[in-house]
Ligand binder design. Sequence first.
Ligand code: FES
Length: 503
Amino acid sequence: MSKGKHESYWIETSNFPNYPKLKEDTETEVCVVGGGIAGITTAYLLTQKGFRVTLIEALKLGHGTTGYTTAKLTAQHDLIYNQLISKFGEETAKIHYDAAMETIDFVKETEKELQADFQLSTEAAYVFTDEQKNVRQIEKEWEAYQKLGIPGSLEEELPLPVSSKRAVKMDNQAQFHPLLFLQAMTEYISSHGGRIYEDTRAETIDEGEPATVKLKDGGSVTAKHVVIATHFPFYDFKGAYFARLDVARSYIVSGKSPLRYPGGMFISMDSPSRSVRSAKDKDGETLWLIGGDGHRTGKGKEMKEHYSNLRNWGRSQFEMDEFDYNWSSEDFMSLDSLFYIGRITKRTQNLYVATAFRKWGMSGGITAAKEITSLIADGKSLYNDIYDPARSDGVKGITTLAKNMVEVGTELVSGKLEKTNKSIDDLEQGEAGKIRHNGKLVGVYKDNEGTVHKVDTTCTHMGCEVHWNDAETTWDCPCHGSRFRASGEVIEGPAVKDLKKID
Ligand code: FES
C-alpha cells in the first residue's frame, strides 16, 4: 500500500498462491474470518487438531497488517511490565510475558515441523530513551523485569550509533519474515482439507448455533464456531469494540547502510518514536528497517512527511543513502493494554475475536491463535482469561471509552463542517481533494490517467468524515481506522461497505 519504489519488503519477497473467491453458501466446523497472522495461525492449529476449517480473507492472504509490520517477535511490548504489575499484579504480568515467549518457541517449532525457512533469528530487544525525563520509567521497567525473572539488563548505551541515556534490554527475543511463516502454514492447511478463499469479504453474522457469516458479494459460511481475526473486528457492535479500541498509524522505510548492523531490535520511548531492526534482502545483504513517526489515524501530517522524517533519521544516524521500500500500518490498542482475545461477549459462546495487539501483532496474533484454539477444542483458556474481551476495562478504561465516544461525536460533527473552496479543475493528476456539491462534501481523486473518481466521504462504519492519505492514495477514517481505495472500495474495516460513489 505504499507509493515507494517497492511496497512492503515482506510482501515483495513472499509468494502466496492465489485462492478462489467464495460466492456460494457453504458449511464448515470453524469459519475463520481474516487471513493475517491471527487467522492463519488459528486455522493451522485447528486443522492440526482435526477440525474442518474454512478461512476467508477480504483481500489477499497476508496483505493486511501482517504484511506491513516490523515483524519483531518479542515479549518486549514497549514498556509494559511495570504497568501490568501495578494494574493487575505480578501473576498477570508473568502470564503475559510467558505467553509471548511461547510464541517464539512456537515459530521455531513450526519452522522445523514444516521444514521451512522463516528467516528467524534470535536477537536482544531494547527499549531506550535519550530524554532525562524518561530515564526513571526505563529503570522501573527493569525493576519489573527483575521481579518477574525476565532475563535482560539495564544499559546506558546502545550497540547502535544512536544517542541513549538509558535502555532496558530483554534477552532471547526474535525477528523473522512473517509472510514466509504464514505461507508455510497456509500450504499445510490446504493440503490437510482446510478450505481457503480470498477476495471474500464477510459483511455480517447471523448469530446462533450454528452461526452464519454472510458475504458481501453473496454466499455465506455456516459454522459451529466463527473466529473474527480481521484486525479491527468487522462485527464490532456486539462488544462495543468501536469505543474500546484506539487506532494509530506508523511507518517503516528500509534500505542499506555502509555501517555494519550490530544485531538487536530497538525501539525508543521518546516522541517521535523510532524503531530499528535488520533483515536480509534477496541477495543476502543487510537491510535496515527504520520505523516510527506514529500518530492517531487521521490526525497526522501529510503521509509523505512521515516517510521523509524516517529517511532523514536513517541518513543522519546510519548514513543510509538508498531506500528501496516504504510501508505503513495501523495498530489497535485496548483500553488497558492487554489484548482482546476470546468470546466476543460473555453470552455469545461460539463467536471469538482477536484484536488490540497494539504494535505487537506477531506475538499477539500467535497468542490469540493458541488461546482461541484452546477455547474451541478444550473449552478453556490457556492464559487464565487475562485476555478475555468481556473483562471490565477499569476506571481509566471507562474514561478513555467516554473520551473515544466524544472524539467520534466531535469528528462526526466537525467533519461535516469542513471548509473547502476546491473545484475539480483545481486538481492535478494524482491529486485528491474535497468539493461541496449541493451542500454535501464529495471526495474527488484525479488519477494519473486523468479519470476522476468521486465518492461520498462519509465513512460507512459510523458516519465519520474520511480524510485523504496522500502517500497511499486512500481515504482513511480517523474514528476507527477504516480505509478505502480512492474509488471508494473498502480495504480495511471495521467498515464493510464501500464509500458511496457519486455520479
Ligand atoms: Fe468507524 Fe469510520 S466511523 S471507522
